[in-house]
Write a protein that binds this ligand. Structure first.
Ligand SMILES: Nc1ncnc2c1ncn2[C@@H]1O[C@H](COP(=O)(O)OP(=O)(O)OP(=O)(O)O)[C@@H](O)[C@H]1O
Ligand SMILES: [Mg+2]
Length: 447
């Protein structure tokens, strides 16, 4: 814990001081000032996407805005150390991968947001209080097709001296099998705040039900009706950008994301992209993956609160360049335009639409999406990217074909797979990346 990346004091102004003038210059004569913006990466055991992020951020180059200010973007990997709650923070934006399990950096993030307006992807305030369960309820209120879901009390006593008295007096006996019969078999039992398959089980009959509940111990569990789906759509959203991908949860990690074009009907495709952006805007989540089960035109949201979505090159492969580019674009936009991190949620606006009976479901979705696009400033974002980052697509395409990317892929494969499987996986991911290069060239109209 030597680096003081998140503790160093900000200068009075982050603008580079201009030389003292001998006579007062007119605005046209005044030398343009520069500003340097620091992105902090709060990381766990990941090397692949941070290395890619650092490489792509360097490709952005200086951005000069209409006011004549030239903006430079840099990043640092943050370290964990004691901090004074009043100490200014020089990191203007943080991409966080730790707060969902590591509470010291989580508390630093909260302090940085409250005291210093540091922009967070994501804010622990909403991810702690608005987990999977809250997302289910909120989306039900919006009229979306969240599968029938029950919450049942803890199986084991809660570790609190007041539990025995409270439970004896107020916990009503309940019939778990009757609830299960109402939902129908098969069903899923999973923690109300789950993630990473922790405690998830598929329940085919009463025996499974009793066993899964006994095993749940101190976890608080949902019982959820099964959706028999045609497609599992997993949408990765970064700011206003969303990629809806054809996900196969039953496959091993390297094979879960299929590269399939147009795998959904136009209506389901539209809904999945819209729902992802809506739920993120509603909760203030800016880097999240959303899971939906799709049958025909019907979209069933089942998992919506992934504070630390998987962006490993060995999972996303074909979609990896897009994901890291989107992270860089959104970070750059937020920093250079001075976007303020959202501290307040506007759920009431969504609920006011949800509660209207003069609108069809489709009209409601459009109205929710309009609020979400207002939240993300979607139109301004794309116009800004066009103006200031139009060079990035070609630069990223070149980088993905460079030795630096091959090295990144190889070192990730080496740390992920045993020696005898590495050649096979280099060929596997190399092939998928080559497919992305081919498609990207076609999209950009380059040879
Ligand atoms: N209602 C459901 N109908 C059908 N399949 C379901 C349902 N709920 C969960 N599943 C299956 O169980 C898996 C895990 O469920 P869920 O995504 O809710 O848990 P999780 O702990 O958040 O997992 P992850 O972190 O992998 O997303 C899903 O990917 C899906 O395959
Ligand atoms: Mg899930």
């Amino acid at each position: 814990m030597t680096d003081t990346a998140w503790q160093q004091e900000l200068p009075d102004s982050s603008a580079t001081p201009t030389p003292a003038p001998t006579s007062t210059p007119t605005p046209a004569e005044r030398p343009p000032s520069t500003r340097t913006h620091l992105v902090g990466l709060l990381l766990g055991a990941e090397e692949d996407w941070p290395t890619a992020f650092e490489a792509l951020l360097a490709l952005v180059g200086p951005i000069t805005t209409d006011d004549g200010v030239t903006h430079h973007l840099t990043s640092e990997r943050l370290t964990i150390e004691p901090f004074d709650l009043r100490q200014p923070v020089r990191t203007e934006l943080v991409i966080d991968r730790l707060a969902h399990w590591y509470y010291h950096p989580r508390e630093w993030l909260k302090k940085a947001a409250l005291m210093n307006d540091t922009y967070l992807l994501n804010s622990p305030f909403t991810f702690q209080s608005m987990e999977k369960h809250s997302a289910y309820v909120a989306l039900m209120r919006l009229g979306l097709k969240v599968p029938e879901t029950w919450l049942v009390p803890y199986k084991n006593p809660v570790d609190n001296v007041r539990w025995a008295y409270t439970s004896a007096k107020y916990n009503r006996p309940f019939d778990l099998k009757a609830i299960a019969n109402e939902l129908g078999y098969p069903m899923y039992m999973k923690p109300f705040d789950g993630g990473g398959w922790r405690g998830v089980s598929r329940i085919d009959d009463e025996r499974d039900l009793v066993k899964a509940y006994d095993d749940s111990g101190e976890m608080l569990m949902h019982l959820q009706a099964t959706v028999e789906y045609d497609h599992f759509a997993r949408a990765l959203s970064i700011g206003p950008e969303t990629m809806v991908m054809d996900f196969r949860p039953e496959q091993p990690m390297h094979n879960r994301y299929a590269v399939t074009y147009d795998f959904l009907t136009p209506s389901a495709g539209r809904q999945t992209a819209a729902i992802s952006r809506i739920v993120n805007a509603m909760f203030g989540w800016e880097f999240n993956s959303c899971e939906m089960l799709v049958k025909g035109d019907d979209v069933y949201p089942i998992d919506y609160a992934n504070a630390c979505p998987d962006v490993a090159v060995t999972s996303l492969h074909y979609y990896f360049p897009w994901a890291i580019k989107a992270l860089v674009r959104w970070s750059a936009f937020c920093l250079v335009t001075g976007r303020r991190g959202p501290m307040d949620l506007e759920m009431r606006r969504y609920f006011d639409i949800a509660d209207r009976d003069d609108l069809t479901d489709e009209q409601k979705l459009d109205a929710y999406l309009a609020i979400a696009d207002e939240y993300f400033d979607t139109a301004a974002y794309w116009a800004w990217c066009e103006r200031h980052l139009s060079h990035l697509d070609a630069a990223v395409l070149e980088w993905v074909q460079s030795d630096a990317f091959t090295h990144l892929l190889r070192s990730t494969v080496v740390t992920t797979y045993p020696a005898h499987e590495r050649d096979r996986f280099m060929a596997h991911f190399g092939g998928l990346i080559a497919l992305w290069v081919k498609d990207e060239k076609a999209r950009l109209g380059v040879a």
